[in-house]
Write a protein that binds this ligand. Structure first.
Ligand code: NAD
Ligand code: AHE
Ligand code: ZN
Length: 369
């Protein structure tokens, strides 16, 4: 079949909207009609060429929601008509990682997913007979996509696609980092660096668990109002702090943060986030994705004296189990998504979504097919 898609032909160039050939689902695979997709900073990271795993030509996009249209042989957990969210972190429920209680990083298809192909080593997308690569196992910048069964969460059919697509990455990553990774306790003091599509969800996760102090740090003063809407109690613009930012945050939090979260992808900020964590017990969680070849550093004494440095992918969520629950939280009004979707666009205008992100004007742009 043909599908309309935004194709990343090469790094650093705008996406090109065109018709692409799509082969049907093979064994264990599912054809999904994507109804809506968010644009995450990680798509921009890959398109920019800074992602070591980035390969071209490819169909990016990993924050989608849609409807199952056809299932391949051997698929038992899904049928045509089911509403689904594709998962860039699958959940096979069988590998050593799925069976380990401390991780969500299912490795069942990680190698082929990183190579931009389906588990059998081939791509379902092509243009004039030449393969086009998948991305993060999801490729939601295509109206139709093929995804392995283990990488699809079946969700409530009443939920609106143009909102729940964001649960495919940003919402789950931010809230999950608080609940699953930090396991933050009520009454804790937290510092969140970067109040974008991820950081604001970290803030709403902290509000949900009953944090005491929620300090937001961003260079853009317009983020103060955004943070406050989601439960932030204090705002700090680093460029307006006299002297040392870390010292300022430690003083503000009465000795340091119980939990800090880096939601930018900046290695200098990652160090600040670690060092503003409380001596003896503070934990700093890296969410931001840094560019190829970058490294983090600190004095080992920071760790010797009880701070820990951690990281999280997809908020530690096990997608097939946790994503349907997060969709239900949204439907029950327990979490807020609507205000964060600041822009909606047709696929033909997807590059405008990247422009809005670069200009710091959007929180999330969503493409509606
Ligand atoms: P975004 O562009 O929406 O937000 C980034 C925010 O950081 C903006 O508000 C910006 O003003 C602020 N900022 C930039 N530089 C700053 C600095 N030096 N100090 C303070 N604030 C600064 O991005 P996003 O979609 O929220 O994504 C954030 C990061 O999280 C990206 O690196 C993305 O790739 C990553 N990410 C990781 C995961 C994961 O599973 N680990 C999932 C999704 C996104
Ligand atoms: N490909 C990059 C790594 C990018 C990365 O860390 N991706 C996160 C999800 S970001 C979603 O917006 C992730 O899930 N990582 C775990 C994994 O197995 O990829 C690189 O540096 O090579
Ligand atoms: Zn993402």
């Amino acid at each position: 079949m043909k599908t309309r898609a935004a194709v990343a032909i090469q790094a650093g160039k705008p996406l090109e909207i065109m018709d692409v050939d799509l082969e049907g689902p093979r064994d264990g695979e599912v054809l999904v009609e994507i109804m809506a997709t968010g644009i995450c900073h990680t798509d921009e990271f890959t398109l920019s060429g800074a992602d070591p795993e980035g390969m071209f030509p490819a169909i990016l996009g990993h924050e989608g929601a849609g409807i199952v249209r056809e299932v391949g042989k051997g698929v038992t957990s899904l049928q045509a008509g089911d509403h689904v969210i594709p998962l860039y972190t699958p959940e096979c429920r069988e590998c050593d990682y799925c069976l380990h209680p401390k991780t969500n990083l299912c490795q069942a298809i990680r190698t082929t997913q990183g190579q931009g192909v389906m588990p059998d080593g081939t791509s379902r997308f092509s243009i004039k007979g030449k393969p086009v690569l998948h991305y993060m196992g999801t490729s939601t910048f295509s109206n139709f996509t093929v995804v392995p069964e283990i990488a699809l969460a079946k969700v409530n059919k009443a939920a609106p696609f143009d909102k729940i697509c964001y649960i495919g990455c940003g919402v789950t990553t931010g809230i999950g980092a608080v609940i699953n990774t930090a396991k933050a306790e009520p009454g804790c003091n937290a510092v969140v660096f970067g109040l974008g599509g991820i950081g604001l969800n970290v803030i709403q996760g902290l509000r949900m668990i009953g944090a005491n102090m929620i300090v937001g740090v961003d260079m853009n003063n317009s983020k103060k109002e955004w943070g406050e809407k989601f439960g932030m109690t204090h705002f700090v613009n680093p460029s307006e702090v006299d002297g040392d930012l870390v010292g300022h945050l430690v003083e503000l939090t009465n000795g340091g943060a119980d939990y800090s979260f880096e939601c930018i992808g900046n290695t200098t900020v990652m160090r600040q986030a670690l060092e503003c964590a409380h001596k003896g017990w503070g934990e700093s969680i890296i969410i931001g994705v840094a560019g190829a070849g970058q490294e983090i550093s600190t004095r080992p004494f920071q760790l010797v004296t009880g701070r820990s440095w951690r990281g999280t992918a997809f908020g530690g969520a096990r997608g097939r189990t946790d994503v349907p629950k997060i969709v239900d939280w949204y439907m029950q009004g327990k979490i807020d998504i609507d205000p964060l979707i600041t822009h909606t666009l047709p696929l033909e205008d997807i590059n405008k979504g990247f422009d809005l992100m670069h200009a710091g004007e959007s929180i999330r742009s969503v493409v509606i097919y």
